[in-house]
Design a binder for this molecule. Sequence first.
Ligand SMILES: [Mg+2]
Length: 354
Amino acid sequence: MRLERFSLRLADPLETANGPIEAREGFLVRVGGPGGDGGRAEDGDEDGNGDGPASGLGEATPLPGWTESLDDCRAALDGGNPDATTPAARHGVSLARADADARRAGERLCDRLAAEGPFDSDGVTDAVPVNATVGDGTSEETADAVRDAVDEGFDAVKVKVGAREAAADRERLRAARDAAPDAELRADANGAWDRETAEEMLDAAADLGFAYVEQPLSAENLSGLASLRGRGVGVGVDESLASHSAREVLAADAADVLVLKPMALGGPDRTLDAARAARDAGADAVVTTTIDGVVARLGALHVAAAVPDVRACGLATGSLLAEDLGPDPAPVRDGEMTVPEGPGLAGGALDSLY
Ligand SMILES: [Mg+2]
């Protein structure tokens, strides 16, 4: 396994629970060598594959608060066998191995993941619908941004809420609906509300025909989230999955929609297992990124493509980066991202990175 550290400047600083960050830092993970074994056996050895292209490519881009720190990620990668306590490191290795497997088999990563994972191969889609995201702003700004998204071809738009008083956010939701009468609208409160506000806002969202509201209550409050279901609008969980497994969330009946981040869950395999658990419990899965480089974004795209009848996913995040690891072979077009042709993550489109 070979690691290459990178830092990618964000177009705008990202507000996180741990303060704003200016760049996404992580490691490109390369496994195997020319005709190599895809990294199955060479963990921890000096496998001498610095003299040719790797056979599989992965990305470990930790996001503190969601995953381990950059230092812990590095230590886990150096140790060769990262586990659930270092999900970004595990993601990097798991993705690289899956890419190597798919390339060796001459299959797209999504087809390989489906063949080996919990869903059927015939459920794989070639193009994944993605949502636009509209940040905080006045009602007028919100309406303008929603209209722009629909004009660009997005059928699903997520509106960030929770930074304003409930009354102001209610007006924003109404403005969003007026601007996009036919779109699938979602709201994301990032855990900002108390119980009373959440009930009020969910009722407003239900009246406006929103599909679901993401994380209306804090991540830990699974019983509160469960009690908010059944009000005519779905309850989504995102932050809750940083501290609880998908199975714990589902066992608590806390969600209609699980927002799955492969980087935070520990890799493509774990994400598909969580999506399957959601499906078995009657919930939906939406795949998103943690604002990752192109390698992990493509990995998430392949995961999403392997989920049958997947709803619009939060994968349109490439534009949040001011620089990237390589060219993007799956740009957003008309509200969709098309899975690259050819074996592995990207066919030949990322050959320069191997
Ligand atoms: Mg969210």
